[in-house]
Design a protein around this ligand. Structure first.
Ligand code: BEZ
Ligand code: FE
Length: 344
């Protein structure tokens, strides 16, 4: 079985390969760019001897210009220019440079099959949400149903009958009955969407963090019916702190930020012909709804988790209070593509 590190390494090579293969420019033209010097330089074309700090960025960019893929050149040039501009703007000290490199190394070292510090670090910087908003809802112009994936999605959650329960071991807490629809942008139901669900327990732990819970507790995969509906039974999740024992936790503490996420249920909708929908629906009575440590809450994703204190419960073994959540998702036409699983 491959480890998460191996899965990531293979994915990276594949994506890098795809970027590098994109619209190959003639090698001769690329090589000509590679040989150029920054304007005003006294050195001959092709020399990468550095005369001063000001010309370094252009020399680095020129050295990378031989990449045949225009996309590779665009992304790497912007990365280098912004990285250099950042160091110049804050006048980065050598001690701060060392800290930055050590932090990158620690992020890698803290990542393993059951924890993904890289995603967590991107999350607390708002970078995951930025990427999500840039790639959904008309590049951020309109409201979107999408939200960050987070580090706790696992592939292969158990296929569960529509209306079934995702409790796989005793999990005390108020019962929650979720009824959802999945529609296309014209309002037509989408049948056959695989909807993957995962959420934290009423005490704020995912099953992979908690020896008290059975494997795959509070996780399940459903298939929408002809009306685009799926439903399931669970327990109301609680908010929880993101893991704080690595570099992400150090940054949160250094910035006097709390580590909590407001309570939510994650959804991942997959069907050929539609852009895979990764999202979360937040519990509206959570006290930290407006201070999510990872900036995942948008207005659109605040659910109506309705409290029922009396009446006929939806199942004979349920006693009041219980909650219901009704929610409608819209999936855009596009490419169906599963994310790289952050953990195993
Ligand atoms: C989550 O919702 O599972 C999550 C997202 C970002 C950081 C930590 C957890
Ligand atoms: Fe979560």
């Amino acid at each position: 079985m491959q480890s998460i590190a191996e899965i990531y390494a293979i994915d990276c090579k594949k994506i890098l390969g795809e970027i590098a293969m994109g619209e190959a420019a003639p090698r001769a033209a690329a090589a000509a760019v590679q040989l150029s010097r920054p304007q005003g330089s006294s050195r001959p074309a092709g020399s990468s001897i550095i005369d001063n700090e000001a010309e370094l960025t252009d020399i680095v960019v020129a050295a990378m210009a031989g990449a045949p893929s225009p996309r590779m050149r665009e992304v790497m040039e912007a990365l280098v220019r912004h990285l250099h501009a950042f160091a110049r703007e804050v006048k980065l000290t050598e001690a701060e440079y060392d800290l930055g490199i050590a932090t990158l190394n620690r992020i890698g070292q803290a990542t393993h099959d059951s924890h993904n510090e890289g995603i967590l670090f991107a999350d607390i910087l708002g970078f995951s949400t930025l990427c999500c908003l840039l790639n959904n809802g008309n590049a951020g112009a309109t409201e979107t149903a999408a939200a960050l994936l987070g580090p706790f999605w696992r592939m292969h959650s158990p296929r569960t009958e529509n209306g079934g329960s995702i409790l796989r071991s005793p999990t005390p807490g108020p019962a929650l009955f979720v009824n959802c629809r999945v529609l296309d942008p014209t309002g037509a139901p989408i049948e056959g969407v695989e909807m993957d669900i995962w959420h934290a327990s009423p005490v704020g732990y995912y099953e992979n963090q908690d020896p008290q819970q059975a494997d795959m507790n509070l996780r399940g995969k459903f298939l929408t019916d002809a009306q685009g509906r799926f439903s399931f039974r669970s327990v109301k999740p609680a908010g929880y702190p993101v893991p704080t024992d690595g570099p992400a936790g150090d940054v949160l503490r250094a910035q006097n930020r709390h580590p909590y996420r407001p309570a939510h249920v994650h959804f991942l909708g997959y069907r050929e012909g539609f852009k895979t929908l990764v999202t979360q629906v937040f519990v509206d009575d959570d006290e930290r709804l407006d201070s999510d440590a990872v900036f995942g809450v948008t207005e659109h994703l605040v659910g109506d988790y309705r409290l029922h204190e009396s009446g006929t419960p939806p199942a004979p073994d349920v006693t009041a209070p219980w909650y219901t959540l009704d929610y409608t998702f819209v999936m855009e036409p596009g490419e169906a593509k599963l994310p790289t699983p952050p953990i195993k």
